[in-house]
Design a protein around this ligand. Structure first.
Ligand code: GLN
Length: 478
């Protein structure tokens, strides 16, 4: 059953929230040991929640648009009283004293939270291999990674553990794992979804968004979690999205630009089978009535370099709070500063340490202008280039990831190779724009390929119009 079908089936009495939950818990029971999508399965809490929802529907009340839908939550989103680890040893044992805004919204909409999903430590990575608790495996081929950093959430949806999941996307961490696991993943406009209660990685780039099996299900989840939140100062003062008409509107007359640099142009390393799928996606959109042509967004070429200065710079500041005093375990030492060094040395993994060092270096006196300042200028160039592109086009298109899912261990020795996974996704974070990944076609290895639809700020509506067409045409093919 798709997510969208669950609430009505419960309201009609065809099933109950309890029954829906048990089916998913059974799927988890069967395959979780092999996949490791979760850091924590919240069986008891989920059962209580499902009972509460069934009691409401029995009284004729409507628990909301997500009635009885199991949802998996990335483990960098605060859940009151429930461990929130960011897949890091440094947060071991920490239980947040409050819920993230999106958790409250999900509950208010009748969703059943099933667990906290695995991620690259503090969301730094593209394969979920940087988790302190071991990697997640791709449900479609368990020798391969699910992508990252929200690999646990993507895998949970792909494995049928939950029809919906929540991720966070700082440089592609929703879209790339969605592509590698063959599900839909959406990064909304920066500020569209409240970040209150999301553990900060790079605050000017972080954004929460949905994973789902279908475009319509992703729209449903995004509608619930979007909308202004006074607790997040960067939240856009707009009501929740209504995407219902976007799903059936089609793309007739839309002008769509394929970003040349990310599609076999200036940037190397996008594999031929992925480019083949992109070509088919172009044809699908053209036959649906869109005007599609190649276009240049020149500064996207520098996106990766700018991101890997800006994101570590912000991370080095955000992660300063893990000092052995305020959160998690402490390694004792003679002086306070030695205690902090010992705690951080023991608590952080290699990639997190690398980012903190890179970021601290880029922000230090003497290097600030050369690295951080320069990267901010590049960020402005990217914004300007997108602004000109959106004068001519309603949407832009590219592959989501350069390849299909790669084998575990393939890129762990060479961080740069791992960073290159983000080449197509990073620019929309730097610009703050929405982008989504829709499964479209397969690589030569039989694994799914994701096509990325990019839109200008606040235009999720048009983005979902193209997403729905790509999905329909992809289903028509297989
Ligand atoms: N792979 C990117 C990184 O490691 C993006 C991560 C993310 O979006 N959270 O920084």
């Amino acid at each position: 059953m798709n997510a969208r079908e669950i609430p009505s089936a419960i309201r009609n009495g065809e099933t109950t929230a309890k029954e829906v939950l048990e089916t998913h818990l059974e799927a988890i029971q069967n395959r979780e040991e092999e996949i490791h999508a979760f850091n924590l399965v919240m069986e008891e809490e989920a059962r209580n929640e499902a009972e509460r929802i069934d009691a409401l529907t029995a009284k004729g009340e409507d628990p909301g648009p997500l009635t009885g839908i199991p949802v998996a939550i990335k483990d960098n989103i605060c859940t009151q009283g429930v461990p929130t680890t960011c897949s890091s040893k440094i947060l071991d044992g920490w239980r947040p004293p409050y819920d993230a805004t999106i958790i409250e919204r999900l509950r208010d909409a009748g969703a059943v939270i099933v667990g906290k999903t695995n991620l690259d430590e503090f969301a730094m990575g593209a394969s979920t291999e940087n988790s302190a608790f071991g990697p997640t495996r791709n449900p479609l081929d368990t020798t391969r990674v699910p992508g990252g950093s929200s690999g646990g959430s993507a895998a949970a949806v792909a494995a049928g553990f939950a029809p919906l999941a929540i991720g966070s996307d700082t440089g592609g961490s929703i879209r790339q794992p969605a592509a590698l696991c063959g599900v839909v993943g959406v990064k909304p406009t920066y500020g569209r979804v409240s970040r209150y209660g999301l553990v900060a990685f790079a605050s000017s780039l972080d954004q929460i968004g949905p994973f789902a099996e279908t475009v319509a299900d992703a729209a449903l989840l995004l509608e619930v979690i979007s909308g202004h939140d006074p607790l997040d100062t960067t939240s856009i003062p707009e009501p929740s999205l209504d995407l219902s008409t976007a799903l059936t509107q089609g793309v007739e007359g839309l002008r769509i630009g394929v970003i040349d640099e990310l599609s076999g142009g200036a940037i190397e390393g996008i594999s031929d089978d992925v480019l083949g799928c992109l070509e088919e996606a172009v044809q699908a959109l053209t036959s649906a009535g869109a005007i599609v042509e190649r276009t240049s967004v020149p500064s996207t070429v520098y996106g990766l370099s700018a991101y890997y200065v800006i994101a570590p710079a912000e991370a080095s500041s955000n992660l300063a709070r893990y000092d052995g005093v305020r959160f998690g375990p402490r390694v004792d030492a003679k002086t306070t500063s030695e205690m902090m060094v010992a705690t951080r040395t023991a608590g952080f993994g290699d990639e997190v340490k690398r980012r903190i060092m890179l970021g601290t270096y880029a922000l230090s006196a003497g290097y600030y202008d050369a690295y951080y300042g320069k990267s901010q200028k590049v960020r402005t160039l990217i914004m300007n280039d997108f602004a000109s592109a959106y004068k001519k086009y309603d949407l832009l298109l590219s592959p989501t990831a350069p390849t299909t899912a790669f084998p575990l261990g393939d890129k762990t020795e060479d961080p740069l190779q791992m960073y290159l996974q983000d080449i197509c996704t990073i620019s929309s974070n730097l610009a703050g724009h929405p982008a989504m990944s829709v499964p479209f076609g397969k690589g030569t290895d039989g694994l799914p390929v994701g096509i990325q639809v990019l839109a200008s700020a606040m235009d999720e509506h048009t983005m979902f119009r193209a997403g729905a067409i790509l999905e329909a045409s992809n289903q028509g093919k297989s």
